[in-house]
Design a protein around this ligand. Structure first.
Ligand code: MLT
Length: 279
């Protein structure tokens, strides 16, 4: 499906019924297809929304060679516009990696639209100065030379080193195919500029699941442990035999943990969450 939000032409998947809706946000340099195995599994029971972030997948992005940063806050605002335009909210928001940075920005800005958080293979911390400088250099390179090198580099790090499934590796590359140089550069600059979300974790009042792959080398599981420690009542699941793209690589285990968490008896109702009740 497509919609125009404040002049952004956004592509998104919208399947199933039932509230609260689940909104899945992909990572860099991926697209909404990264959640395809969750959409298929969960749409029979939930309304499931999965957008392409601006400049990635099939969503329109910045144009021209001087693409500026897209902040995590800007992506979060796009999500809020989409959620409101669909008449949804509060929603359960799941974000993978960069999508997790966006989910944390969303939790800070739009608590009234949030009733649950799923943080997948992500982290709260900002880039180190060296990491940020490297991203800015990559952004310049991608604008000059195109997307191929970044896509190849990221694709080679998405799955566990023990995973030799060539067909899956091809599918991962296909998930990155829609990204434009400007979209990638803007996301890289936005990630380089993102603030440290660690001090805000204690303010998150909604039930939270932190989930990652044991063999993630891009964002090690220790980052998920820090997230789970920082968010009151958060649950942590570390899935063996999975790398960075854990939900795509080990969908059965991932979906089992997610559905068990969603169905947990005693989860407070959205109305109680809005009042900031502890979990
Ligand atoms: C992602 O998968 O979104 C990226 O690895 C995040 C990052 O580079 O920090």
């Amino acid at each position: 499906m497509r919609t125009t939000l404040d002049s952004l032409d956004m592509a998104y998947t919208d399947q199933g019924q039932g509230l609260p809706a689940l909104v899945f946000v992909h990572g860099f340099p991926l697209s909404r297809g990264a959640w395809q195995k969750q959409v298929e599994a969960l749409a029979p029971s939930y309304r499931v929304i999965a957008p392409d972030l601006r400049g990635l997948g099939e969503s329109q992005g910045p144009t021209g060679n001087m693409a500026g940063a897209t902040s995590m806050a800007r992506y979060a605002e796009d999500l809020a516009l989409l959620i409101r335009s669909l008449g949804l909210g509060p929603v359960t928001l799941a974000g993978h990696s960069m999508g997790g940075y966006v989910a944390l920005a969303f939790a800070e800005r739009f608590p009234e639209l949030l009733c649950g958080l799923v943080l997948v293979a992500t982290r709260a911390g900002a880039d180190t100065p060296e990491g940020a400088a490297k991203r800015r250099a990559t952004a310049t390179k991608v604008l000059a030379e195109g997307t191929a090198a970044v896509i190849e580099d990221m694709a080679s790090k998405m799955l566990a080193a023990s995973n030799h499934d060539a067909a899956m590796a091809q599918q991962v590359r296909a998930l990155m195919a829609g990204a434009t140089p400007q979209g990638l550069a803007s996301a890289l600059l936005g990630m380089a500029d993102r603030p440290d979300a660690t001090p805000r974790l204690a303010q998150i009042k909604v039930p939270t699941l932190v989930i990652t792959g044991a063999d993630d080398t891009l964002i090690p599981p220790s980052e998920s442990e820090l997230l789970a420690k920082g968010i009151r009542g958060a649950e942590l699941e570390i899935i063996p035999g999975a790398g960075h793209l854990v939900a795509f690589e080990q969908p059965e285990a991932f979906n089992r943990h997610l559905t068990a968490w969603l169905a947990q008896a005693g989860r407070p109702a959205a109305s109680a969450l809005a009042l900031g009740d502890p979990k």
